[in-house]
Design a protein around this ligand. Structure first.
Ligand SMILES: [Zn+2]
Ligand SMILES: [Zn+2]
Length: 292
């Protein structure tokens, strides 16, 4: 399976690759800048190139960039929306410079202006970004836990945004398991998972699902609270995660952990937990040790 974590860029981009490599990642996600704002660190061509070379050498693929949290492409306030769009376009360009496959995007909050108005503003921002910024990076809209006035907890909302975007070949979906669960999509039972996948396929289309954020949830089912937790130790639980990652319609997707961490040891533990739950993984490792 393609498995990785969201790694910190503390110490620089090249250090981020080294970190992912130490963890045995075969895919990775980063923030290219502080997710909570402030000016973006410069991205000189030689740094971007070195980062790309190191990542390819380590066979870490795909690379996802997560867009900053301060962006709200659904904002009804003209100034905030314009600022968000400018920042988002900058981020889309940076993702291209880093040779990322995906820019994971939170669709934002309509701030009381209603779903339809919010969806229209997000689509406008996406259209402007995709037309004004030449790049092959694919934008992935991420589903949310559905707290407050945030959009994106319902597949219909993501589908409505997608329907309004012209460059559809550069727009896909990222699903976060903790967000699905908290938003009330019953992925914790076998029948529930089938239902959720069937409705995703009907409303959006399975072929548009490109990436999974694999997280357990510290918040209960349907709580609309976004609290990522260690694999197998939350309300979602090990069995549900086992079913999810081995599901025939999901197992070939890249999985990225965004589980809490105090140090690299936490990432190691969560990655090990996932590898143990993945069918075939143990056999493969067993085969390697038998040859020694
Ligand atoms: Zn996210
Ligand atoms: Zn989350």
């Amino acid at each position: 399976m393609r498995l990785g974590v969201h790694v910190s860029i503390a110490g620089g981009l090249v250090e981020a690759v080294a970190r992912a490599k130490r963890l045995g990642c075969t895919t990775m996600q980063i923030f290219s800048r502080s997710p909570r704002g402030g000016p973006a660190p410069k991205l000189p061509a030689e740094v971007a190139e070195q980062f790309d070379t190191q990542r390819r050498r380590a066979k870490i693929n795909p690379l996802a960039i997560h867009s900053p949290y301060i962006i709200n492409l659904a904002s009804p306030e003209a100034r905030m929306w314009k600022q968000s769009l400018r920042l988002y376009q900058e981020e889309y360009e940076r993702a291209g410079l880093l040779n990322a496959q995906y820019l994971v995007t939170h669709v934002g909050s309509h701030r009381g202006s209603g779903d339809a108005a919010g969806i229209a503003r997000v689509a406008q921002a996406l259209n402007q970004t995709l037309t004004d910024t030449p790049s092959s990076v694919m934008i992935l809209l991420e589903n949310t836990a559905g707290s407050g006035q945030g959009l994106g907890d319902q597949f219909e909302q993501l589908a409505a945004m997608r329907a309004k975007v012209s460059a559809k070949s550069r727009l896909g979906i990222c699903l976060d398991t903790a967000h699905l669960f908290a938003a009330g999509h019953p992925i914790h039972t076998a029948e529930g998972l089938e239902e959720v996948l069937t409705s995703f396929d009907r409303i959006i289309g399975m072929e548009h699902l490109r990436l999974i954020h694999l997280n357990d949830s510290k918040a209960p089912f349907g709580s609309r609270v976004d609290r990522h937790w260690h694999i197998g130790q939350g309300h979602l639980g090990a069995e549900a995660i086992r079913r999810f990652i081995n599901h025939p319609r999901l197992k070939s997707l890249p999985f990225i952990l965004e589980t809490p961490k105090k140090s690299e040891a936490d990432d190691h533990r969560n990655l090990t937990a996932v590898r143990k739950l993945a069918h075939g993984q143990r056999q493969a490792r067993g085969a390697v040790s038998a040859h020694r």
